[in-house]
Design a protein around this ligand. Structure first.
Ligand SMILES: [Zn+2]
Length: 193
């Protein structure tokens, strides 16, 4: 009996230690010339992944923001991040009847000084293991665009150039994933803006 208790305790300890799941992650955000312009703090929540975002240096007004499929932020155009994260093959846009991509988020607004300080919810996404995990296939990235997302146009809501990028990876590294293809167009026939 005593042996069993010790054995089960050991088993539980081992189970806890072998898990590398995390429930929060801080993501550094960079502009196209490589300057750090803010932080996105990701937290696991019941409805999805909550994002506490602070940015500076934006043009005042609305901007699109999306989670993209590769953990690669190669400036100045950030095409390395691939398309919007879309594990279920949906259409783009929070207002599209057949949408949205898992990576689609509501627009953010920069104030007159170009600052953003906002809380967003990436519904149905997770930091834990699974199909909708932001760490699936080595990670993803968070991208801010020049223009606002109209919520319905394909493939990315006419949101314009990618201007800020942050790598979402479980382990901090150089911001490049070995899994990310050197030429993302190889895997994406319709490369987005
Ligand atoms: Zn999308």
């Amino acid at each position: 009996m005593r042996f069993m208790v010790v054995f089960i305790t050991l088993l539980l300890l081992t189970a806890c230690q072998s898990s590398d799941e995390i429930t929060s992650k801080s993501v550094e955000m960079y502009n196209g010339t490589g300057d750090r312009v803010g932080t996105a703090l990701l937290n696991e929540a019941a409805e999805g992944v909550q994002i506490e975002l602070t940015l500076e240096g934006l043009a005042p007004g609305f901007h699109g923001i999306h989670v993209h499929e590769y953990p690669a932020c190669k400036g100045p155009d950030f095409k390395s991040s691939g398309n919007h994260l879309d594990p279920e093959g949906k259409e783009h846009g929070l207002m599209h009847p057949d949408g949205a991509h898992l990576g689609d988020l509501p627009n953010i607004e920069a104030d007159g000084a170009g600052l953003v300080d906002v809380e967003l919810m990436l519904a149905e996404a997770t930091l834990l293991d699974g199909k909708n995990s932001l760490f699936e296939k080595g990670g993803t990235s968070l991208i801010v665009t020049e223009n606002q997302d109209d919520g319905v146009s394909q493939p990315s809501g006419n949101s314009g150039a990618r201007i800020i990028c942050g790598v979402i990876k479980k382990e901090d590294g150089a911001g490049e994933s070995e899994d990310a293809p050197t030429d993302p167009t190889e895997f994406n026939e319709e490369q987005e803006e």
